[in-house]
Write a protein that binds this ligand. Sequence first.
Ligand SMILES: C[S@@+](CC[C@H](N)C(=O)[O-])C[C@H]1O[C@@H](n2cnc3c(N)ncnc32)[C@H](O)[C@@H]1O
Length: 216
Amino acid sequence: MKHYFDSVQENLLLQFLSDKGITLSDDKLEKLYEYANLVIQGNTQVNLISKNDISKFLSRHIADSLVPFIVLSQKQYLKSGMIWADMGAGGGCPVFPLSIVCSEIQFFASEPRHKRVLFLEEAKKTLKLDNLTIVGKRFETSEITNCDIISCRALSRFEADYDRAQLGLKKNGLFITFKSKEMTKDLMNLSDIHFIDYHLPLETQEYSLVIKGIYG
Ligand SMILES: C[S@@+](CC[C@H](N)C(=O)[O-])C[C@H]1O[C@@H](n2cnc3c(N)ncnc32)[C@H](O)[C@@H]1O
């Protein structure tokens, strides 16, 4: 398969994963690369990601998307059959990379914008992601319920996203969101809140995965 990114990007992603003790099968890596190809190609038709980010899609967006998988795997939190919903899927990060690597978990992606939904449906079909359901609605009207985990990336303010997630989370479910480190200062006093700080390849700023709930 022709890749629409260079081998430097591939190596940055592999190094990022291996630094965290993660080795993925060749099948899963190929699917991640195929998904990256689809986004890079799809971005010429539909606005999925910023044009500035195309050349670093693997090291910036796919690596970032996999951080919840890395963190929850380290805690052995992920179990077969769990239900995980992502609110505001956009071009599919983090939910596509997560569905690819966590094939035993059932994912839902909620996204209201029609052109993005068409892209996501097509990508799901191409990648044969049977564990992913695309719901072309706002999360509030999606009727997605009973989730073990609800995530969102670049959606809205923490409080608004957390409240929105309560509509679909099981009791004791986890809410997970991605923030820059500097945006977490106001959240320090919340109960059951965890901050896992990290860097991404080629990026100077520090990021924080924010998890609300008890996860180990
Ligand atoms: C900035 S994009 C982020 C996309 C993706 N998560 C990422 O990190 O690249 C936010 C997305 O959330 C969607 N969105 C906005 N409000 C929403 C809601 N209430 N429920 C679900 N999706 C929503 C928008 O249509 C948009 O595609």
